[in-house]
Ligand binder design. Structure first.
Ligand code: NCD
Length: 312
């Protein structure tokens, strides 16, 4: 990766070629994780999480630890100087004296982008409001590649909160680059994907449509990507209560589905996938969470320029 792309703010910061290389590295790490145990010896990752997280923060930290590096950081705005009124830029500028790479999550759209202008240290967007979540997309791509063996020529159903769900925004950005993909956006009217995402789809030339019911399209799907209704981004509790259980995937709804359907979810799940589905071999979401650690190992190595050293 060149100097210009040392931050990961949007999935489009990575060229298709770099993306393919990172996925290949993720797959190699998955096969032989032990070979990478000293790659980041002496390096530090800071995780600055101004918003709650389980998988993203802990998989970043596990990734750095498995690469032989160290981690520091905070897991909520309350336990940082943000609680005293410090700006994100000042926090990031300071932390860059203590760490070699920064992963940051923030409830405000654009905060990681603003922060990275104040530091030379690579900054990774670990989720900014309802905007983007590029490292979840790397996780999703590694999962799809591993489960299906390809990233193109697929019918992809995205279901749930397509308005505030940042994971689907980044995933659409990435998957619309691959030829032959068709997107079916499944959401209630109020939770439709924002205009800028629909514009990306229009520009990509991929075929796409919107439907209200998952039953209508179940038999056509190669990937079904479920999402939670993003309660924390709602303006009022009544709207959330009305919309939260719009979709509940259960065994019955899966009857017409393909035998090799890949059922994904970035997690956390609330009600949108019944726990009985967990035992279905097509349920990939926990394997997906594991892919998150391996691809973040590959990402950290790439942004620190260490992936080339491993090839020597
Ligand atoms: C997602 C997020 O934070 O956007 N979770 C994650 O990172 N795995 C999805 C969500 O919170 O619904």
């Amino acid at each position: 990766m060149n100097k210009k792309t040392r931050n990961l703010i949007s999935i489009r910061d990575i060229t298709r070629k770099d993306l393919e290389e990172m996925l290949a590295l993720g797959q190699r790490i998955m096969e032989c994780p032990g070979e990478y145990k000293d790659v980041c010896r002496g390096k530090k990752l800071a995780t600055l999480f101004f918003e709650s997280s389980t998988r993203t923060r802990l998989s970043f930290e596990a990734a750095m630890i498995e690469l032989g590096g160290n981690v520091l950081g905070f897991s909520s705005a309350d336990s940082s100087s943000a609680a005293k009124g410090e700006s994100v830029s000042d926090t990031v500028r300071t932390v860059s004296f203590y760490a070699d790479i920064i992963a940051m999550r923030h409830p405000k759209e654009g905060a990681p982008k603003a922060a990275c202008t104040r530091t030379e240290v690579p900054v990774i967007n670990a989720g900014d409001g309802g905007h983007f979540h590029p490292t979840q997309t790397l996780t999703d791509l590694l999962t799809i590649k591993t489960e299906k063996g390809r990233l193109g020529s697929m019918v992809i159903g995205l279901c749930g909160d397509l308005c505030f769900g940042r994971t689907v925004h980044s995933l659409i950005e990435a998957m619309s680059e691959y030829p032959g993909n068709e997107f079916i956006l499944i959401s209630p009217e109020e939770l439709r994907a924002p205009d800028y995402i629909r514009m990306i789809l229009d520009k990509s030339g991929c075929s796409w449509r919107e439907v209200r019911k998952m039953e209508e399209v179940m038999e056509d799907l190669d990937v079904l990507y479920m999402t939670r209704v993003q309660r924390e981004r709602f303006f009022n509790e009544e709207d959330y209560a009305r919309l939260k259980d719009t979709y509940i995937l259960d065994a019955e709804k899966l009857i017409p589905a393909k035998p090799d359907l890949c059922i994904m979810h970035p997690l956390p799940r609330v009600n949108e996938i019944s726990v009985v589905v967990d035992d279905d071999p097509r349920a990939c979401y926990f394997r997906q969470a594991l892919c998150g650690k391996y691809i973040r190992m590959a990402l950290i190595m790439t942004l620190l320029g260490l992936e080339k050293e491993m090839r020597r």
